[in-house]
Design a protein around this ligand. Structure first.
Ligand SMILES: Cc1cc2nc3c(=O)[nH]c(=O)nc-3n(C[C@H](O)[C@H](O)[C@H](O)COP(=O)(O)OP(=O)(O)OC[C@H]3O[C@@H](n4cnc5c(N)ncnc54)[C@H](O)[C@@H]3O)c2cc1C
Ligand code: SF4
Length: 465
């Protein structure tokens, strides 16, 4: 009977309204809708949904608590394994994880696990009923965390709860990593990330901003300054480029720079903040992932009239979350699928004025298992643009590997760490998140932070490496 209740949709700001503001697009469930959605869960004895969750949240447990109206118990259950539920409820690719494995998908639509997670986290935050579970007693040992993204924040939180003295070093002037400098306000409000960071501070975690480890002090320095272990969670922040003619023209941005100016440097708060950022009339964003979708939707909000999204494969292969592709389409992003840029064209002053593209078709599958795009001969055409944003991926920043002797890296420059303990080749040094895996997801970075915290605890207690 339970699956007769349809999946409850979450109300959203209408597209025409939301492209003129930066407020969140989905508006959240009411108490009643959340309970109704929770009532769809079959409370399976063998909950397959949990197998799809990288941090193994007790999904039937927290959903049952919502169904029973016990919203605070619900959030406390989630938080036993997931320290950033308000973030994960908004940005995790649930359709590829827990929801994909929910038994209801066989007969229809899965339980909206992500939306329920968001509801529980928001309920707690909006009522300021945050429970701080500080350690009963302090332990010997100081831990340095490098990078304040989801990997670093999770490791810091877990270690602080165990009673260690933890210091987080962050290169930027704000903590949060991609959660604040990459993902825009309309998908993840900054106040929510800040709330989680404040909770860490209440646990006793010290956060040192504007400190680039590797240039102002190295990992070795941290170890000799009295830290007993170091966790490196520096992410994948080095933009990749297309390597085509004209990429140095004025008006060609990496998505990193564009989104950092828009988010971290608060161009979205104009005129309160007068951050220099290109507000082109006609923009091309190159790529098909979440970063490309965020850039395109941000460009619309910053006032661009035409935003083209150029992607060399078809829509089915787009790595971005389905919901975000849908939102971008609704907002008027013009999808140029099976299309690839071959050169940027400038005017006499060296300013971008157009992009030349070719059409593509899909051939045999490549190493990634996706069908390889092949150029359609003679299909060249140009699109007039004044700004281009390249969002085709990121690599690891080489600063820490270069300044940390004996730290093994892969051929792509990622730090090599053990899958379970997150130990690196250097005694006392652990690493996790995008710096190890390459650009991945928030929840995987958090999972790595959690595993590292457990292993750091064992190392500090036993001294064994
Ligand atoms: C625009 C965008 C949208 C995304 N959307 C999604 C999404 O919808 N869902 C999803 O699951 N994932 C998404 N991702 C991916 C996700 O955000 C990352 O996988 C995740 O943030 C990685 O976490 P991390 O902690 O490893 O690194 P990061 O979040 O990159 O944090 C690393 C931090 O380390 C700091 N740092 C770097 N070097 C140093 C140094 N030498 N010293 C001190 N600090 C340093 C950086 O400034 C940064 O703050 C998105 C990524 C981007 C860029
Ligand atoms: S698999 Fe779906 S129905 Fe079963 S417990 Fe998980 S969320 Fe509920």
């Amino acid at each position: 009977m339970k699956d007769k209740v349809p999946r409850q949709s979450m109300p959203e700001q209408p597209p025409a309204q939301r492209v003129r503001n930066y407020k969140e697009v989905p508006l959240g469930y009411s108490d009643e809708t959340a309970r109704l959605e929770a009532s769809r869960c079959l409370q399976c004895k063998r909950p397959t949904c949990v197998d799809g969750c990288p941090v193994r949240v007790d999904i039937p447990g927290f959903i049952k608590a919502i169904r029973d109206g016990d919203f605070l118990s619900s959030i406390h259950l989630i938080k036993t394994t997931n320290s950033l539920p308000a973030v994960c409820g908004r940005v995790c690719p649930q359709e590829e994880q827990c929801e994909k494995l929910c038994v209801l998908t066989k007969k229809g639509e899965s339980v909206a696990i992500g939306k329920l997670e968001r509801f529980a986290a928001d309920y707690e935050r909006e009522r300021e009923q945050l429970e701080i579970r500080a350690a009963a007693e302090m332990k010997e040992g100081r831990v340095a965390i490098v990078g304040s993204g989801p990997a670093g924040l999770t490791a810091a939180g877990e270690l602080a709860k165990m009673g260690y003295r933890v210091t987080v070093f962050e290169a930027f002037h704000n903590a949060g990593g991609v959660l604040v400098y990459g993902i825009p306000e309309f998908r993840l409000p900054k106040a929510i990330v800040q709330y989680e960071i404040d909770a860490l501070a209440k646990l006793g975690v010290e956060i040192v901003l504007n400190r680039v480890v590797g240039s102002a002090g190295t990992v070795n320095d941290l170890l000799s300054e009295g830290f007993d272990a170091v966790f490196i969670g520096t992410g994948a922040g080095l933009p990749l480029f297309l390597d085509i003619p004209g990429e140095n023209l004025q008006g060609v941005y990496s998505a990193n720079e564009y989104l950092t100016r828009a988010n971290l440097m608060k161009a979205y708060k104009f005129p309160e903040y007068d951050t220099p950022i290109a507000r082109g009339d006609s923009i091309a964003v190159v790529g098909g992932g979440n970063v490309a979708m965020d850039s395109a939707r941000m460009a619309l909000r910053l006032g661009s009239k035409k935003v083209h999204l150029i992607y060399r494969r078809s829509r089915a292969e787009m790595p971005a979350r389905v919901e975000e592709v849908h939102h971008a389409e609704e907002e008027g992003v013009l999808f140029q699928l099976l299309t690839n840029p071959v050169r940027f064209i400038g005017d006499e002053q060296g300013r971008l004025k157009a992009v030349e593209c070719v059409r593509m078709e899909l051939g045999e599958p490549d190493d990634s298992g996706r069908r390889r795009p092949v150029v359609v001969k003679g299909s060249e055409f140009t699109i007039d643009i004044d700004v281009a944003i390249v969002a085709i991926g990121n690599g690891p920043n080489p600063l820490i590997p270069r300044t940390t002797p004996g730290l093994a890296v892969s051929k792509w420059g990622n730090i090599v760490a053990d899958d379970e303990s997150m130990k690196t080749s250097r005694k006392g040094v652990f690493a996790g998140g995008d710096i190890v895996t390459g650009a991945a997801t928030v929840i995987l970075a958090m999972g790595a932070g959690r595993k590292a915290a457990m292993a750091i605890n064992t190392y500090l207690q036993t001294g064994e490496w």
